[in-house]
Design a protein around this ligand. Structure first.
Ligand code: ZN
Length: 163
């Protein structure tokens, strides 16, 4: 067990025990999307408010709230996500989503003897605390736990802009 793995575990547990932006928003004006991961029983509800949907990808997410329940990976990922997206534009959030999903898939190829915690950063957005979920790729069945909130977020964004 490396120190970095310990640190990552601490970050994940901190978000699990003290989830950020937990709650609900009034719908409308906010939008709501729900995601479910049947492999693990995780549920995520994302509430989202944007400043001006007519601005498309330039619209800014002004408020986000997270509901649902499930394992520590799914809930901490949702908590980290909520903290990372608030106050950012839809375009920035889509970029962050790509970076996160790249981290979740690229490292699948490193499972055999590769250094899990290679410092090579993926191109794109800075992941911050989300880096802590890097170790999840060691357990492929848990990857869906980590990406559930992001897929649910994508639905909520699409709905927010369609509105
Ligand atoms: Zn799970």
């Amino acid at each position: 067990m490396s120190d970095l793995e310990d640190l990552y575990r601490e970050i994940i547990l901190d978000h699990y025990r003290s989830p950020r932006n937990r709650g609900e928003l009034e719908v409308p004006p906010a939008t709501r999307a729900e995601g479910f991961n049947p492999l693990c029983g995780d549920e995520i509800v994302v509430y989202l408010a944007v400043d001006d949907a007519s601005r498309g990808d330039d619209a800014v997410v002004t408020e986000v709230r997270i509901g649902g329940q499930g394992c520590s990976i799914s809930q901490s990922s949702a908590s980290m996500m909520s903290a990372a997206i608030k106050g950012h534009s839809v375009a920035e959030i889509r970029e962050l989503t790509r970076s996160f999903k790249a981290m979740m898939s690229i490292h699948e190829g490193e499972l055999e003897g590769g250094d899990m915690f290679d410092a090579d950063a993926e191109p794109g957005a800075t992941l911050g605390d989300l880096e802590a979920l890097r170790g999840v790729v060691k357990f492929p069945v848990r990857i869906k736990c980590a990406t559930l909130s992001w897929n649910t977020l994508a639905q909520a964004l699409d709905e927010a802009l369609a509105g």
